[in-house]
Design a protein around this ligand. Structure first.
Ligand code: ADP
Ligand code: MG
Length: 467
Protein backbone atom coordinates (compact mmCIF):
# COMPACT_ATOMS: atom_id res chain seq x y z
CA UNK A 1 0.00 0.00 0.00
CA UNK A 2 1.44 3.32 -0.97
CA UNK A 3 -0.11 5.58 1.56
CA UNK A 4 -1.45 5.41 5.04
CA UNK A 5 -4.15 7.39 6.70
CA UNK A 6 -4.03 8.59 10.22
CA UNK A 7 -6.58 10.45 12.28
CA UNK A 8 -7.57 13.80 10.93
CA UNK A 9 -6.21 13.19 7.49
CA UNK A 10 -7.99 12.60 4.24
CA UNK A 11 -10.49 10.15 2.95
CA UNK A 12 -10.02 6.66 1.72
CA UNK A 13 -11.17 5.11 -1.51
CA UNK A 14 -14.08 2.69 -1.24
CA UNK A 15 -12.19 0.06 -3.18
CA UNK A 16 -9.81 -0.32 -0.25
CA UNK A 17 -12.62 -1.66 1.91
CA UNK A 18 -13.22 -5.35 2.38
CA UNK A 19 -16.32 -6.80 0.70
CA UNK A 20 -19.62 -5.97 2.36
CA UNK A 21 -20.06 -7.75 5.64
CA UNK A 22 -23.45 -8.71 6.95
CA UNK A 23 -24.08 -6.95 10.24
CA UNK A 24 -23.80 -9.46 13.05
CA UNK A 25 -25.75 -9.20 16.25
CA UNK A 26 -23.74 -10.30 19.21
CA UNK A 27 -23.27 -9.77 22.87
CA UNK A 28 -19.76 -9.41 24.16
CA UNK A 29 -18.67 -11.12 27.29
CA UNK A 30 -17.47 -8.25 29.45
CA UNK A 31 -13.86 -9.37 29.50
CA UNK A 32 -13.24 -8.61 25.83
CA UNK A 33 -13.04 -4.92 26.58
CA UNK A 34 -9.66 -3.56 27.50
CA UNK A 35 -10.61 -2.17 30.84
CA UNK A 36 -8.52 0.66 32.17
CA UNK A 37 -7.20 0.59 35.68
CA UNK A 38 -8.22 4.01 36.81
CA UNK A 39 -8.21 4.75 40.51
CA UNK A 40 -11.61 5.42 41.95
CA UNK A 41 -12.17 8.72 43.62
CA UNK A 42 -14.23 8.63 46.77
CA UNK A 43 -15.22 12.25 47.19
CA UNK A 44 -18.74 12.19 45.77
CA UNK A 45 -21.69 13.64 47.57
CA UNK A 46 -21.91 17.37 47.04
CA UNK A 47 -25.13 18.91 45.81
CA UNK A 48 -23.94 19.47 42.29
CA UNK A 49 -23.14 15.89 41.64
CA UNK A 50 -24.09 14.61 38.22
CA UNK A 51 -23.65 11.47 36.18
CA UNK A 52 -22.19 11.80 32.73
CA UNK A 53 -22.14 9.19 29.98
CA UNK A 54 -19.45 10.00 27.42
CA UNK A 55 -18.74 8.63 23.97
CA UNK A 56 -15.50 8.89 22.01
CA UNK A 57 -15.22 7.65 18.41
CA UNK A 58 -12.89 10.16 16.76
CA UNK A 59 -10.33 7.68 15.50
CA UNK A 60 -9.66 4.00 16.06
CA UNK A 61 -10.80 3.56 19.64
CA UNK A 62 -14.44 3.05 20.51
CA UNK A 63 -14.76 4.33 24.05
CA UNK A 64 -17.59 4.84 26.52
CA UNK A 65 -17.41 5.96 30.10
CA UNK A 66 -19.75 6.85 32.91
CA UNK A 67 -18.56 9.11 35.69
CA UNK A 68 -20.10 10.76 38.68
CA UNK A 69 -18.78 14.32 38.85
CA UNK A 70 -18.81 16.76 41.71
CA UNK A 71 -17.07 19.85 43.08
CA UNK A 72 -17.76 22.27 40.24
CA UNK A 73 -15.01 24.27 38.63
CA UNK A 74 -13.30 24.96 41.93
CA UNK A 75 -12.69 21.36 42.88
CA UNK A 76 -13.75 19.00 40.15
CA UNK A 77 -13.68 15.38 41.31
CA UNK A 78 -14.79 12.26 39.57
CA UNK A 79 -15.83 8.77 40.48
CA UNK A 80 -15.31 6.42 37.58
CA UNK A 81 -18.33 4.14 37.34
CA UNK A 82 -17.33 2.53 34.07
CA UNK A 83 -14.58 3.10 31.57
CA UNK A 84 -14.43 1.01 28.42
CA UNK A 85 -12.06 1.29 25.50
CA UNK A 86 -12.15 -1.06 22.55
CA UNK A 87 -9.12 -0.59 20.33
CA UNK A 88 -9.34 -1.28 16.60
CA UNK A 89 -5.57 -1.50 16.22
CA UNK A 90 -5.65 -5.15 15.21
CA UNK A 91 -8.12 -4.36 12.43
CA UNK A 92 -6.07 -1.49 11.01
CA UNK A 93 -2.67 -3.08 11.53
CA UNK A 94 -2.84 -4.98 8.24
CA UNK A 95 -3.30 -1.72 6.33
CA UNK A 96 -0.49 0.15 8.10
CA UNK A 97 -2.77 3.02 9.12
CA UNK A 98 -6.30 3.93 10.15
CA UNK A 99 -8.90 3.79 7.38
CA UNK A 100 -11.84 6.10 8.10
CA UNK A 101 -14.60 3.90 6.73
CA UNK A 102 -13.28 0.79 8.43
CA UNK A 103 -13.02 2.76 11.67
CA UNK A 104 -16.64 3.86 11.20
CA UNK A 105 -17.81 0.31 10.54
CA UNK A 106 -16.05 -0.97 13.68
CA UNK A 107 -17.50 1.83 15.82
CA UNK A 108 -20.95 1.04 14.50
CA UNK A 109 -20.48 -2.64 15.27
CA UNK A 110 -19.30 -2.13 18.82
CA UNK A 111 -20.61 1.12 20.25
CA UNK A 112 -24.11 -0.06 21.19
CA UNK A 113 -22.75 -3.01 23.18
CA UNK A 114 -20.20 -0.80 24.89
CA UNK A 115 -22.93 1.61 26.00
CA UNK A 116 -24.99 -1.26 27.38
CA UNK A 117 -21.98 -2.77 29.17
CA UNK A 118 -21.05 0.60 30.65
CA UNK A 119 -24.59 1.05 32.01
CA UNK A 120 -24.49 -2.43 33.48
CA UNK A 121 -21.10 -1.83 35.07
CA UNK A 122 -22.17 1.50 36.50
CA UNK A 123 -25.25 -0.14 38.00
CA UNK A 124 -27.44 2.16 35.92
CA UNK A 125 -28.98 -0.39 33.59
CA UNK A 126 -32.67 -0.36 34.41
CA UNK A 127 -33.88 -3.81 33.49
CA UNK A 128 -37.32 -3.31 32.11
CA UNK A 129 -39.17 -4.49 29.01
CA UNK A 130 -40.28 -1.58 26.84
CA UNK A 131 -41.92 -1.62 23.47
CA UNK A 132 -40.89 1.15 21.16
CA UNK A 133 -43.68 2.42 18.93
CA UNK A 134 -43.37 1.89 15.19
CA UNK A 135 -42.79 5.60 14.67
CA UNK A 136 -40.04 5.64 17.32
CA UNK A 137 -38.38 2.72 15.57
CA UNK A 138 -38.70 4.44 12.21
CA UNK A 139 -37.12 7.59 13.61
CA UNK A 140 -34.21 5.68 15.15
CA UNK A 141 -33.72 3.71 11.95
CA UNK A 142 -33.67 6.94 9.95
CA UNK A 143 -31.23 8.63 12.35
CA UNK A 144 -28.95 5.59 12.23
CA UNK A 145 -29.45 4.66 8.59
CA UNK A 146 -25.68 4.66 8.07
CA UNK A 147 -24.92 2.70 11.22
CA UNK A 148 -27.14 -0.41 10.93
CA UNK A 149 -25.36 -2.42 13.64
CA UNK A 150 -25.56 0.48 16.08
CA UNK A 151 -29.24 0.88 15.21
CA UNK A 152 -29.98 -2.77 16.01
CA UNK A 153 -28.04 -2.64 19.26
CA UNK A 154 -29.65 0.59 20.48
CA UNK A 155 -33.18 -0.58 19.67
CA UNK A 156 -32.44 -3.70 21.66
CA UNK A 157 -31.09 -1.57 24.51
CA UNK A 158 -34.16 0.69 24.56
CA UNK A 159 -36.42 -2.36 24.59
CA UNK A 160 -34.61 -3.95 27.49
CA UNK A 161 -33.71 -0.95 29.68
CA UNK A 162 -35.63 1.99 31.06
CA UNK A 163 -34.18 5.49 31.24
CA UNK A 164 -30.94 5.36 33.26
CA UNK A 165 -30.05 7.97 35.89
CA UNK A 166 -27.72 9.84 33.56
CA UNK A 167 -27.80 13.66 33.68
CA UNK A 168 -25.71 14.43 30.64
CA UNK A 169 -24.38 12.74 27.53
CA UNK A 170 -21.04 14.00 26.17
CA UNK A 171 -19.88 13.19 22.65
CA UNK A 172 -16.70 14.01 20.76
CA UNK A 173 -17.59 16.07 17.68
CA UNK A 174 -14.04 16.67 16.39
CA UNK A 175 -11.28 16.84 15.43
CA UNK A 176 -10.86 13.36 13.98
CA UNK A 177 -12.15 11.20 11.18
CA UNK A 178 -15.57 12.50 10.20
CA UNK A 179 -17.15 9.14 9.32
CA UNK A 180 -15.99 7.84 12.71
CA UNK A 181 -17.10 10.94 14.61
CA UNK A 182 -20.62 10.69 13.17
CA UNK A 183 -21.12 7.28 14.77
CA UNK A 184 -20.66 8.71 18.28
CA UNK A 185 -22.67 11.82 17.51
CA UNK A 186 -25.58 9.85 16.05
CA UNK A 187 -25.56 7.50 19.03
CA UNK A 188 -25.68 10.52 21.36
CA UNK A 189 -28.60 12.00 19.40
CA UNK A 190 -30.67 8.84 19.56
CA UNK A 191 -29.97 8.24 23.27
CA UNK A 192 -30.89 11.83 23.93
CA UNK A 193 -34.12 11.69 21.96
CA UNK A 194 -35.35 8.43 23.41
CA UNK A 195 -34.34 9.04 27.01
CA UNK A 196 -34.65 12.82 27.08
CA UNK A 197 -31.11 13.47 28.29
CA UNK A 198 -29.21 16.59 27.11
CA UNK A 199 -26.11 16.20 24.96
CA UNK A 200 -22.92 18.22 25.05
CA UNK A 201 -20.53 18.16 22.09
CA UNK A 202 -16.88 18.09 23.17
CA UNK A 203 -13.68 18.89 21.32
CA UNK A 204 -11.36 15.89 21.48
CA UNK A 205 -8.33 18.08 22.19
CA UNK A 206 -10.15 19.75 25.09
CA UNK A 207 -10.68 16.20 26.32
CA UNK A 208 -6.95 15.50 26.18
CA UNK A 209 -6.24 18.67 28.18
CA UNK A 210 -8.95 17.78 30.71
CA UNK A 211 -7.56 14.28 31.21
CA UNK A 212 -5.28 15.59 33.96
CA UNK A 213 -8.33 16.27 36.11
CA UNK A 214 -8.47 12.74 37.42
CA UNK A 215 -5.56 13.53 39.69
CA UNK A 216 -7.11 15.93 42.17
CA UNK A 217 -3.92 16.12 44.24
CA UNK A 218 -2.45 18.44 41.65
CA UNK A 219 -4.95 21.13 40.74
CA UNK A 220 -4.30 22.89 37.47
CA UNK A 221 -2.87 26.35 38.04
CA UNK A 222 -3.27 28.93 35.31
CA UNK A 223 -1.90 30.09 32.97
CA UNK A 224 -1.17 26.61 31.75
CA UNK A 225 0.46 25.33 28.60
CA UNK A 226 -0.58 22.07 27.01
CA UNK A 227 1.64 20.15 24.63
CA UNK A 228 -0.63 17.75 22.76
CA UNK A 229 1.28 15.07 20.91
CA UNK A 230 -0.54 12.24 19.20
CA UNK A 231 -0.87 10.39 15.92
CA UNK A 232 -2.89 13.20 14.38
CA UNK A 233 -1.83 16.29 16.31
CA UNK A 234 1.11 18.28 17.56
CA UNK A 235 -0.06 21.44 19.23
CA UNK A 236 1.25 23.81 21.83
CA UNK A 237 -1.78 25.40 23.46
CA UNK A 238 -1.90 28.30 25.88
CA UNK A 239 -4.66 27.76 28.44
CA UNK A 240 -5.16 31.02 30.39
CA UNK A 241 -8.14 29.49 32.19
CA UNK A 242 -10.56 26.59 31.81
CA UNK A 243 -12.22 26.58 28.40
CA UNK A 244 -10.00 29.31 27.09
CA UNK A 245 -7.48 28.21 24.51
CA UNK A 246 -5.00 29.74 22.13
CA UNK A 247 -2.99 27.50 19.86
CA UNK A 248 0.43 29.16 19.86
CA UNK A 249 2.16 26.54 17.75
CA UNK A 250 1.44 23.42 15.76
CA UNK A 251 3.02 21.13 13.25
CA UNK A 252 3.22 22.37 9.70
CA UNK A 253 3.33 18.86 8.30
CA UNK A 254 3.50 15.51 10.10
CA UNK A 255 2.30 15.07 13.67
CA UNK A 256 4.86 13.64 16.08
CA UNK A 257 3.14 10.25 16.34
CA UNK A 258 2.77 10.15 12.58
CA UNK A 259 6.52 10.74 12.18
CA UNK A 260 7.23 7.92 14.65
CA UNK A 261 4.89 5.64 12.70
CA UNK A 262 6.39 6.54 9.33
CA UNK A 263 9.99 6.10 10.51
CA UNK A 264 9.01 2.72 11.93
CA UNK A 265 7.53 1.73 8.59
CA UNK A 266 10.77 2.70 6.84
CA UNK A 267 12.53 0.26 9.13
CA UNK A 268 10.02 -2.47 8.37
CA UNK A 269 8.39 -2.32 11.81
CA UNK A 270 4.65 -2.95 12.24
CA UNK A 271 1.98 -0.30 12.84
CA UNK A 272 1.67 1.57 15.13
CA UNK A 273 5.40 2.14 15.06
CA UNK A 274 5.76 4.67 17.89
CA UNK A 275 6.07 2.06 20.64
CA UNK A 276 8.48 0.01 18.49
CA UNK A 277 10.77 2.95 17.82
CA UNK A 278 10.70 3.97 21.44
CA UNK A 279 11.57 0.41 22.55
CA UNK A 280 14.53 0.30 20.15
CA UNK A 281 15.69 3.75 21.21
CA UNK A 282 15.39 2.70 24.83
CA UNK A 283 17.65 -0.30 24.24
CA UNK A 284 20.20 1.89 22.48
CA UNK A 285 20.11 4.35 25.35
CA UNK A 286 20.64 1.56 27.89
CA UNK A 287 23.51 0.14 25.86
CA UNK A 288 25.04 3.58 25.62
CA UNK A 289 24.94 4.14 29.35
CA UNK A 290 26.14 0.57 30.12
CA UNK A 291 29.11 1.09 27.85
CA UNK A 292 29.88 4.44 29.45
CA UNK A 293 29.57 3.06 33.00
CA UNK A 294 31.46 -0.05 32.17
CA UNK A 295 34.22 1.29 29.99
CA UNK A 296 37.12 -0.70 31.43
CA UNK A 297 35.18 -3.92 31.72
CA UNK A 298 34.64 -3.89 27.98
CA UNK A 299 30.89 -4.33 27.97
CA UNK A 300 29.45 -7.06 25.78
CA UNK A 301 26.96 -4.59 24.37
CA UNK A 302 27.42 -3.44 20.80
CA UNK A 303 28.45 0.22 20.58
CA UNK A 304 25.73 2.62 19.52
CA UNK A 305 26.37 4.27 16.19
CA UNK A 306 26.27 8.03 16.27
CA UNK A 307 23.69 9.31 13.84
CA UNK A 308 22.69 12.89 13.93
CA UNK A 309 19.44 14.13 12.47
CA UNK A 310 18.25 17.72 11.99
CA UNK A 311 15.96 19.48 14.43
CA UNK A 312 13.70 21.33 11.96
CA UNK A 313 12.48 24.80 12.99
CA UNK A 314 14.05 24.47 16.41
CA UNK A 315 15.25 28.06 16.39
CA UNK A 316 12.39 29.60 14.42
CA UNK A 317 10.83 32.66 16.02
CA UNK A 318 7.42 30.98 16.33
CA UNK A 319 6.21 27.89 18.18
CA UNK A 320 5.48 25.81 15.13
CA UNK A 321 6.97 22.39 14.50
CA UNK A 322 7.91 20.40 11.43
CA UNK A 323 8.72 16.71 11.41
CA UNK A 324 8.55 15.84 7.76
CA UNK A 325 12.16 16.91 7.00
CA UNK A 326 13.41 14.90 9.95
CA UNK A 327 11.54 11.85 8.70
CA UNK A 328 13.04 12.33 5.22
CA UNK A 329 16.55 12.58 6.70
CA UNK A 330 16.00 9.23 8.38
CA UNK A 331 14.81 7.80 5.07
CA UNK A 332 17.94 9.00 3.24
CA UNK A 333 20.15 7.60 5.98
CA UNK A 334 18.39 4.23 5.77
CA UNK A 335 18.87 4.17 1.99
CA UNK A 336 22.52 5.10 2.36
CA UNK A 337 23.10 2.40 4.95
CA UNK A 338 21.33 -0.19 2.86
CA UNK A 339 23.38 0.77 -0.19
CA UNK A 340 26.58 0.43 1.84
CA UNK A 341 25.45 -2.86 3.29
CA UNK A 342 24.88 -4.49 -0.03
CA UNK A 343 25.15 -2.50 -3.20
CA UNK A 344 23.81 -5.37 -5.26
CA UNK A 345 20.57 -5.99 -3.42
CA UNK A 346 17.78 -3.80 -4.68
CA UNK A 347 15.74 -2.55 -1.68
CA UNK A 348 14.11 -5.08 0.59
CA UNK A 349 17.17 -5.83 2.70
CA UNK A 350 16.92 -5.59 6.44
CA UNK A 351 19.22 -3.37 8.42
CA UNK A 352 20.88 -5.05 11.40
CA UNK A 353 18.88 -4.55 14.57
CA UNK A 354 21.78 -2.69 16.21
CA UNK A 355 21.68 -0.15 13.39
CA UNK A 356 17.93 0.20 13.78
CA UNK A 357 18.38 0.89 17.48
CA UNK A 358 20.94 3.60 16.78
CA UNK A 359 18.69 5.19 14.16
CA UNK A 360 15.70 5.06 16.50
CA UNK A 361 17.71 6.73 19.24
CA UNK A 362 18.96 9.52 17.00
CA UNK A 363 15.44 10.12 15.63
CA UNK A 364 13.90 10.16 19.10
CA UNK A 365 16.58 12.52 20.40
CA UNK A 366 15.86 14.93 17.56
CA UNK A 367 12.12 14.85 18.30
CA UNK A 368 12.65 15.33 22.03
CA UNK A 369 15.03 18.23 21.68
CA UNK A 370 12.69 20.01 19.29
CA UNK A 371 9.69 19.58 21.58
CA UNK A 372 11.58 20.56 24.71
CA UNK A 373 13.30 23.65 23.30
CA UNK A 374 10.06 25.10 21.92
CA UNK A 375 8.08 24.30 25.04
CA UNK A 376 10.74 25.78 27.31
CA UNK A 377 10.64 29.02 25.35
CA UNK A 378 6.84 29.13 25.58
CA UNK A 379 6.87 28.47 29.34
CA UNK A 380 9.18 31.44 29.80
CA UNK A 381 7.22 33.75 27.50
CA UNK A 382 3.80 32.93 28.94
CA UNK A 383 5.00 32.42 32.53
CA UNK A 384 2.98 29.25 32.69
CA UNK A 385 2.46 27.64 36.08
CA UNK A 386 1.41 24.29 34.69
CA UNK A 387 2.61 22.21 31.78
CA UNK A 388 0.13 19.57 30.61
CA UNK A 389 1.45 16.84 28.38
CA UNK A 390 -1.17 14.70 26.66
CA UNK A 391 -1.82 12.51 23.63
CA UNK A 392 -0.69 8.99 22.77
CA UNK A 393 2.96 9.93 22.23
CA UNK A 394 3.34 10.73 25.93
CA UNK A 395 3.52 6.96 26.40
CA UNK A 396 7.13 7.50 25.34
CA UNK A 397 9.23 7.25 28.50
CA UNK A 398 12.14 9.29 27.15
CA UNK A 399 9.77 12.13 26.28
CA UNK A 400 8.19 12.02 29.74
CA UNK A 401 11.63 12.05 31.35
CA UNK A 402 12.83 14.96 29.21
CA UNK A 403 9.85 17.06 30.31
CA UNK A 404 10.29 16.02 33.91
CA UNK A 405 13.89 17.23 33.67
CA UNK A 406 12.73 20.47 32.09
CA UNK A 407 10.24 21.25 34.86
CA UNK A 408 12.73 20.15 37.56
CA UNK A 409 15.21 22.61 36.09
CA UNK A 410 12.56 25.32 36.16
CA UNK A 411 11.87 24.57 39.80
CA UNK A 412 15.58 24.56 40.65
CA UNK A 413 15.91 27.99 39.08
CA UNK A 414 13.00 29.34 41.13
CA UNK A 415 10.51 29.60 38.23
CA UNK A 416 8.44 26.60 39.16
CA UNK A 417 6.13 25.00 36.61
CA UNK A 418 4.26 21.89 37.65
CA UNK A 419 4.14 19.08 35.14
CA UNK A 420 0.90 17.17 34.69
CA UNK A 421 0.94 14.05 32.58
CA UNK A 422 -2.08 11.76 32.66
CA UNK A 423 -1.54 8.07 33.21
CA UNK A 424 -0.74 6.10 30.09
CA UNK A 425 -4.34 4.86 29.80
CA UNK A 426 -5.65 8.40 29.96
CA UNK A 427 -3.07 9.71 27.48
CA UNK A 428 -4.37 7.68 24.60
CA UNK A 429 -7.90 8.10 23.35
CA UNK A 430 -10.55 7.36 25.94
CA UNK A 431 -14.01 8.55 26.89
CA UNK A 432 -13.22 9.57 30.47
CA UNK A 433 -11.44 12.68 29.28
CA UNK A 434 -14.54 13.61 27.28
CA UNK A 435 -16.67 13.32 30.43
CA UNK A 436 -14.18 15.46 32.39
CA UNK A 437 -14.23 18.16 29.72
CA UNK A 438 -18.03 18.06 29.64
CA UNK A 439 -18.20 18.55 33.39
CA UNK A 440 -15.86 21.53 33.28
CA UNK A 441 -17.89 23.02 30.43
CA UNK A 442 -21.16 22.32 32.21
CA UNK A 443 -19.89 23.82 35.47
CA UNK A 444 -18.59 26.94 33.79
CA UNK A 445 -21.59 27.48 31.52
CA UNK A 446 -24.43 26.28 33.70
CA UNK A 447 -25.16 29.78 34.97
CA UNK A 448 -25.81 30.95 31.43
CA UNK A 449 -28.18 28.06 30.75
CA UNK A 450 -26.19 27.52 27.60
CA UNK A 451 -24.29 24.41 28.41
CA UNK A 452 -25.88 21.76 26.25
CA UNK A 453 -26.61 21.71 22.57
CA UNK A 454 -29.62 21.09 20.41
CA UNK A 455 -28.80 17.56 19.32
CA UNK A 456 -29.75 18.37 15.74
CA UNK A 457 -27.13 21.08 15.56
CA UNK A 458 -24.21 18.85 16.48
CA UNK A 459 -22.12 18.04 13.42
CA UNK A 460 -18.85 16.20 13.03
CA UNK A 461 -16.00 18.62 12.42
CA UNK A 462 -12.93 16.71 11.34
CA UNK A 463 -10.57 19.67 11.43
CA UNK A 464 -12.03 21.78 14.22
CA UNK A 465 -9.42 23.57 16.30
CA UNK A 466 -9.44 24.61 19.90
CA UNK A 467 -10.52 28.22 20.28
P1 ADP B 1 -4.45 9.77 17.53
O1 ADP B 1 -5.73 9.55 18.24
O2 ADP B 1 -4.23 11.20 17.15
O3 ADP B 1 -4.16 8.83 16.41
P2 ADP B 1 -3.30 8.69 19.94
O4 ADP B 1 -3.46 9.70 21.01
O5 ADP B 1 -4.21 7.51 19.93
O6 ADP B 1 -3.29 9.42 18.54
O7 ADP B 1 -1.79 8.17 19.92
C1 ADP B 1 -1.33 7.24 18.98
C2 ADP B 1 0.02 7.69 18.49
O8 ADP B 1 0.96 7.64 19.56
C3 ADP B 1 0.55 6.77 17.40
O9 ADP B 1 1.10 7.57 16.38
C4 ADP B 1 1.62 5.96 18.12
O10 ADP B 1 2.65 5.52 17.29
C5 ADP B 1 2.12 6.98 19.12
N1 ADP B 1 2.80 6.33 20.23
C6 ADP B 1 2.29 5.43 21.09
N2 ADP B 1 3.22 5.02 21.97
C7 ADP B 1 4.36 5.69 21.64
C8 ADP B 1 5.69 5.71 22.16
N3 ADP B 1 6.05 4.95 23.19
N4 ADP B 1 6.59 6.53 21.56
C9 ADP B 1 6.24 7.30 20.53
N5 ADP B 1 5.01 7.32 19.99
C10 ADP B 1 4.09 6.53 20.54
MG1 MG C 1 -6.04 11.41 20.27
Amino acid sequence: MSCIFVCGIGLVAEWMLPKHQTPVRFRYPAHVFDRLSVPKNATVGSTNNMKILSIETSCDETAVSIVEATGGLEKPAFTVLSNLVLSQIKTHEQYGGVFPNIAKREHSKNLGRLIETALQEAGLFVEQKNSLTESQKEKITADLSREPELCTALIELFESSGKPAIDLIAVTFGPGLEPALWVGINAGKVLSEVWGIPVMPINHMEGHISSVLLDTKKPVEFPALALLISGGHTELVLVPDWLSYKIIGQTRDDAVGEAFDKVARMMGLPYPGGPQISALAHEAREAQSDIQNDAEKKSEKKPVQNFNFPRPMIHSADYDFSFSGLKTSVLYKIRELKALQDAHVDGGIELPVETKKSLALAFEDAVIETLVVKTKKAIAEYKSKTLILAGGVTANKAIRKAFQNLTDEQTASGASTQLLIPTHELSTDNALMIAFAAYVRFSKNSTTGNSTADVHEIVAQGNVQLS
